[in-house]
Design a binder for this molecule. Structure first.
Ligand code: PAF
Length: 282
């Protein structure tokens, strides 16, 4: 396994791999690899002849009062995990390599970046889409892998790749959960014991929404109300948003029908967690 820090080196190596007729899979990450990332790497390993992962805590997707400085970083541990999964190349550039002095260009996906997490984290998706575009241009993978946990991110990246005519397949893989339903996230490690016990409230409220659908309740207002009630009952939880939206346009839906996304963000203490459930209903 090679670890590359320079854009020129990563780009040249990817070019040689393509010229040799081999397929490239890319798993973009911010490091602190967990089972969610490993599930993406395993899929890339199955699909592609060469697997790149990027490890880069991207400053442009963090707001000024967010956790950029404290975001967990442990390249040695990530290297060990990646090597075990058969990753071929880790691309781990520095912030200065990706955003040198004089950097001025950003990529924005209109509309889709506004609701849900876009409302609470202004500029977040502009930063995500910009870094993903740069990674795609440097590595030019055949397939890139993202997790369904960041459902809005995945929808936005698919739109960007389509709109900008990128010849890259975007694969979105299922959420990986703890036994009690908590979706895996690097930010789970910020939770203290009591908060960790409270955190499955996101999953539980989604399960309740599913149960309501199964009993033929389709009015979004009623489902959201029930989910909000559950979250309010959990003392350590503070709701950011709960929404039922179209699974492609992210527009609010009055009724849960067709391709829908149940999405929520909840503060557990000082940690903001997200989760979602994507359904195709009649
Ligand atoms: O999902 C993430 O970890 C990040 O948003 C990504 C896609 C690696 C871009 O920095």
């Amino acid at each position: 396994m090679r670890v590359i820090e320079k854009i020129s080196e990563a780009g040249a190596l990817a070019q040689r791999i393509r010229e040799a007729g081999k397929t490239i899979g890319l798993v973009p990450t911010m490091g602190d690899l967990h089972q969610g990332h490993l599930s993406l790497i395993r899929q890339a390993r199955k699909d592609c002849q060469q697997v790149f992962i990027s490890i880069f805590v991207n400053p442009t997707q963090f707001g000024p009062s967010e956790d950029y400085n404290s975001y967990p970083r442990d390249l040695q541990r990530d290297k060990r995990l990646a090597e075990k999964e058969g990753v071929d190349i880790i691309f781990a550039p520095s912030p200065g390599e990706m955003y040198p002095e004089g950097y001025r260009t950003f990529v924005e996906v209109e509309k889709l970046s506004e609701p849900l997490c876009g409302g609470s984290r202004p500029g977040h998706f502009r930063g995500v889409v910009t870094i993903v575009t740069k990674l795609f241009n440097i590595i030019r993978p055949h397939i890139a892998y993202f997790g369904q946990k960041d459902a809005q991110q995945a929808i936005i990246i698919k739109r960007m790749a389509h709109d900008l005519n990128m010849d890259i397949e975007i694969k979105v893989l299922p959420i990986v959960r703890e036994r009690d339903g908590l979706a895996l996230s690097s930010r789970n490690q910020y939770l203290n014991e009591a908060e960790r016990r409270a955190a499955p409230i996101l999953y539980k409220s989604l399960q309740e929404a599913k149960r309501m659908i199964e009993t033929e309740e389709r009015r979004s207002r009623n489902i959201i109300h029930r989910m909000e009630e559950m979250i309010k009952r959990e003392k350590l939880a503070k709701m950011d948003y709960v929404a039922i939206v179209d699974g492609e346009t992210l527009e609010e839906r009055e009724r849960a029908e067709g391709k829908v996304l149940f999405a929520l963000a909840v503060w557990i203490g000082r940690t903001r967690l997200i989760d979602n459930l994507a359904l195709e209903l009649d």
